[in-house]
Design a binder for this molecule. Structure first.
Ligand code: UTP
Length: 290
C-alpha cells in the first residue's frame, strides 16, 4: 500500500532549549528564514506524502497559524508589489492537507503517535519527529518509504552514534542486508549499562510504521523517563516480524538541542542561494579571530 500519510509529533516541552521554548515551540525555531517544522513538512511532501497530522498541545497554536492563509499580510504584500514574497507565503498553506490534534498530556512520543490512530486508519504511515530536521538531496522520509515498499516491513531511520552518547538514544540489534539497509530484530531505549547496548545504531528522526503499532501502543506501559516510548512499541514489531533499518543519506540537525540549532543555522545558511556567499565571507572574517 502506498504511503501518503505522515504524522509529525510536535507536543514535547522542549526543556533542553529553555528559555527559548518557554512560549515558542521548538518546532517553530527559525533556521535562516523558515521555522524548523516547515523543512520537515517540505521533506514529507517531497517524499510523496499528501496528508500530514501535526500533534500539538497548549501553546503551539502558532504552528497552525504558520500553515494557514494570512489575508491581511497577503493583501499588504500584493499592494506593495512584493509578488515573490506573496507567492512564497501563500505556497506554505498549499504544501499538503495539514491536520492538527492535541496530545492532551505530555506522556511521551509513543503516546503522541497513538493520538494519530483515527487519522491513520489501516494504512502504513510515516513519522517525522518534529525537532529533527534532515537536509539532503534524497529526502530521508522517501528513502524509508522505498525500504518499506521493498521489504514490506516497518522501516526506521538509523545512524551510528558515539559510544559515549548511546545511553541517551535507542540501541538496535542489526544485521546488514544490502547497501545502507539493515534488518533489525531487537532494540532497547536509553541503555544504561554497557551490557544492554545492542549496537551503536540508533533510531534517529524518522520511521514508517504499520498500523498494528496502535494496538501495541495501547498495551505499552510507561518506560524510560516514565513516558510511553515509541521505541518500546517498535521493539515488539522488531522481535515479531522484524523491522528494516535505513542508514539514510542526509544531514540531521537536532532542533531540541542548543548546539544542534546553531549547527543547522550555520550549515543551512551557507547553502542559501541569497545569503550563502555573504555569510561565508562573514565567517571567513571572524574565524581567524577565534
Ligand atoms: P523529545 O523527547 O526530543 O522532545 O521528543 P521533548 O520532550 O520536547 O524534549 P526535552 O524536553 O527537550 O527533553 C521527540 C519529538 O517528540 C515530540 C517532541 O515534540 C519532539 O518533536 N513529543 C515528545 C511529543 O509530541 N509528545 C511527547 O509527549 C513527547
Amino acid at each position: 500500500m502506498k504511503v501518503t500519510k505522515a504524522v509529525i509529533p510536535a507536543a514535547g516541552l522542549g526543556t533542553r532549549v529553555l528559555p527559548a521554548t518557554k512560549a515558542m515551540p521548538k518546532e517553530m525555531l527559525t533556521i535562516v528564514d523558515k521555522p524548523a517544522i516547515q523543512y520537515i513538512v517540505e521533506e514529507a511532501v517531497n517524499s510523496g506524502i499528501t496528508d500530514i497530522l501535526i500533534i500539538t498541545n497548549r501553546g503551539k497554536g502558532v504552528i497552525e497559524d504558520h500553515f494557514d492563509r494570512c489575508p491581511e499580510l497577503e493583501e499588504r504584500l500584493l499592494a506593495s508589489g512584493k509578488q515573490d514574497v506573496y507567492d512564497e507565503v501563500v505556497s506554505i498553506s498549499k504544501l499538503a492537507n495539514i491536520y492538527f490534534i492535541r496530545q492532551k498530556e505530555t506522556k511521551g512520543l509513543g503516546h503522541a503517535v497513538n493520538c494519530a490512530r483515527s487519522f491513520v486508519g489501516n494504512e502504513p504511515f510515516a513519522v517525522l519527529y518534529g525537532d529533527d530536521v534532515i537536509i539532503g538531496d534524497d529526502p530521508a522520509c522517501g528513502q524509508l518509504i522505498r525500504a518499506y515498499e521493498k521489504y514490506g516491513k516497518a522501516a526506521v531511520g538509523i545512524k551510528a552514534v558515539p559510544e559515549t552518547d548511546i545511553h541517551k538514544y535507542s540501541s538496535l540489534k542489526v544485521e546488514h542486508l544490502e547497501d545502507n539497509l539493515f534488518s533489525c530484530t531487537d532494540m532497547v531505549e536509553k541503555p544504561q549499562r554497557p551490557e544492554d547496548v545492542l549496537s551503536l545504531y540508533s533510531i534517529l528522526g524518522r520511521c514508517v510504521l504499520t498500523p498494528n503499532i496502535f494496538d501495541i501502543l495501547d498495551n505499552t506501559a510507561p518506560g524510560a523517563g516514565g513516558e510511553i516510548q515509541l521505541t518500546d512499541a517498535m521493539r515488539c514489531l522488531a522481535q515479531t516480524v522484524g523491522i528494516t533499518g535505513v542508514d539514510y543519506t542526509g544531514k540531521r540537525y537536532d532542533m531540541g538541542d542548543k548546539l544542534g540549532i546553531l549547527q543547522a543555522t550555520v550549515e543551512i545558511a551557507l547553502k542559501n542561494p541569497n545569503l550563502g556567499e555573504a555569510f561565508k565571507a562573514y565567517l571567513k572574517e571572524i574565524v581567524p579571530t577565534l
